[in-house]
Write a protein that binds this ligand. Structure first.
Ligand SMILES: Nc1nc2c(ncn2[C@@H]2O[C@H](COP(=O)(O)OP(=O)(O)O)[C@@H](O)[C@H]2O)c(=O)[nH]1
Ligand SMILES: Nc1ncnc2c1ncn2[C@@H]1O[C@H](COP(=O)(O)OP(=O)(O)O)[C@@H](O)[C@H]1O
Length: 212
């Protein structure tokens, strides 16, 4: 039997966490296993880490270039995080949603608030907590891509970021990657099934009733 597909409205799936709690790892896992969701690639003024690819991990921009994009209103949201600027380019998100895809955002609490203000009903937000402070520090060190100074600065800012946990729809404590991935999967599956998002239901049910 062929799979039934009912048209639905794309959703904006936001994941935030203090740096090092595991967002990047969890979002990569989701993208690899789900063809209906695409990542929003942000622009940033931060320097690329070893292995990061321009246009894939981020669009790396100078402060001047970033400022021009802000002036041209090219961002859906933007914010200063740590000592750098980050922003979500608007056009790719609008194109993906219009073509029926969901979009995954790895953005901070400031960006999440802005998205909720502009597109409330389409936003589903998850906050990811580390299982402990010691484990957060271990993960930041294990990533080994940032200097000791950067790790220390991110640890000191984790408390700030974590203070916004209650603004999110769902909270996941990321102890075990497989378990956290399964929890994220469950949230996405359930949110996709919400009645207002299944815009094709009217026609589908009409067809069913006419066939009786
Ligand atoms: N508001 C906003 N925050 C972003 C954006 N892109 C990344 N961030 C956040 O900026 C913070 C730092 O990101 P990054 O430098 O990649 O380090 P990470 O914390 O290890 O992922 C994280 O909290 C990200 O969620 C964006 O486009 N907008
Ligand atoms: N549940 C987990 N258990 C152990 N290590 C993890 C877990 N989740 C992520 N990590 C590791 O912690 C480090 C930071 O994870 P990352 O996904 O880069 O975090 P973030 O994107 O939130 O900064 C990486 O080395 C990653 O492999």
């Amino acid at each position: 039997m062929s799979e039934i597909s009912i048209n639905r409205r794309g959703l904006m799936f936001v994941m935030s966490s203090p740096s090092g709690a595991g967002k990047t790892t969890l979002s990569r896992g989701l993208l690899e296993t789900d063809a209906e969701i695409v990542m929003s690639v942000s622009a940033t003024t931060r320097a690329p880490r070893p292995g990061e690819v321009d246009g894939k991990d981020y669009y790396f921009a100078s402060v001047e270039e970033f400022g021009l994009m802000v002036n041209r209103r090219e961002f859906l949201e933007h914010a200063k995080v740590f000592d750098n600027y980050y922003g979500t380019p608007k056009a790719p998100v609008e194109e993906a949603l219009a073509s029926g895809q969901d979009v995954l955002f790895d953005i901070d609490w400031q960006g999440t608030q802005q998205l909720k203000q502009n597109a409330g009903a389409d936003v589903v937000s998850i906050f990811i907590l580390p299982p402990s402070t010691q484990e957060l520090e271990r993960r930041l060190h294990s990533r080994a891509q940032d200097s000791a100074e950067v790790v220390a600065s991110r640890m000191s800012k984790a408390a700030d970021e974590m203070s916004h946990w209650a603004e999110y729809d769902y909270i996941i404590v990321n102890q075990d990657i497989a378990q956290s991935s399964a929890q994220i999967r469950a949230i996405l599956d359930a949110e996709r099934l919400k009645r207002p998002r299944q815009t094709g239901l009217d026609g589908f049910v009409k067809g069913l009733r006419e066939g009786l």
